[in-house]
Design a binder for this molecule. Sequence first.
Ligand SMILES: CC(C)(COP(=O)(O)OP(=O)(O)OC[C@H]1O[C@@H](n2cnc3c(N)ncnc32)[C@H](O)[C@@H]1OP(=O)(O)O)[C@@H](O)C(=O)NCCC(=O)NCCS
Length: 152
Amino acid sequence: MAPSPNDLPGGQAHVRPGIGEADFALALAVRWRVFVEEQGVPADLEHDAADAASAHVLAVVASEVVGTGRLVFDADGARIGRVSVLPDFRHRGIGSQIVAALEAEAAVRGFAEVTLHAQTYVQELYDKNGYAVSGPTFQEAGIDHVPMIKQL
Ligand SMILES: CC(C)(COP(=O)(O)OP(=O)(O)OC[C@H]1O[C@@H](n2cnc3c(N)ncnc32)[C@H](O)[C@@H]1OP(=O)(O)O)[C@@H](O)C(=O)NCCC(=O)NCCS
């Protein structure tokens, strides 16, 4: 049976690491629905080369994956990306739970800070989670983004 927001115990999802191909497929399914179908991001941009070397997390409600995000490691350090929650489950703190889980993953790996490119419409989500703007707005996949940073 499909999960419903009523399945959220105390309003929280369970956020866990994505491990292996099966979990990765579940993460991609959420990303496809949110970024490709809802936001119109081209499919060939959505799944990129960084996925293979990234850490992924899954937000689970009643055994169903309703959100995801990834931590990319590159020359600039650890960068959060692809944070996405299915529409019915938004505004319940799950996006913030995903961000916190990715920050914890970065800290475990020894990073002192994390960066991200926030879609400007949702910058407030990251403001609330302690991020500061670190540069000018730019376009990525045809969508306005702003670079942000947080010390861990
Ligand atoms: C952005 C997203 C992950 C947030 O998930 P969420 O589970 O709703 O996040 P939280 O409940 O932790 O935080 C919600 C807060 O984020 C901000 N926010 C979320 N959606 C917003 C919107 N459409 N407009 C303005 N602010 C928004 C608000 O501050 C909101 O607080 P509120 O619930 O009190 O209004 C989700 O809306 C999503 O998947 N959006 C589509 C994909 C996307 O844009 N991802 C961001 C890439 S940078």
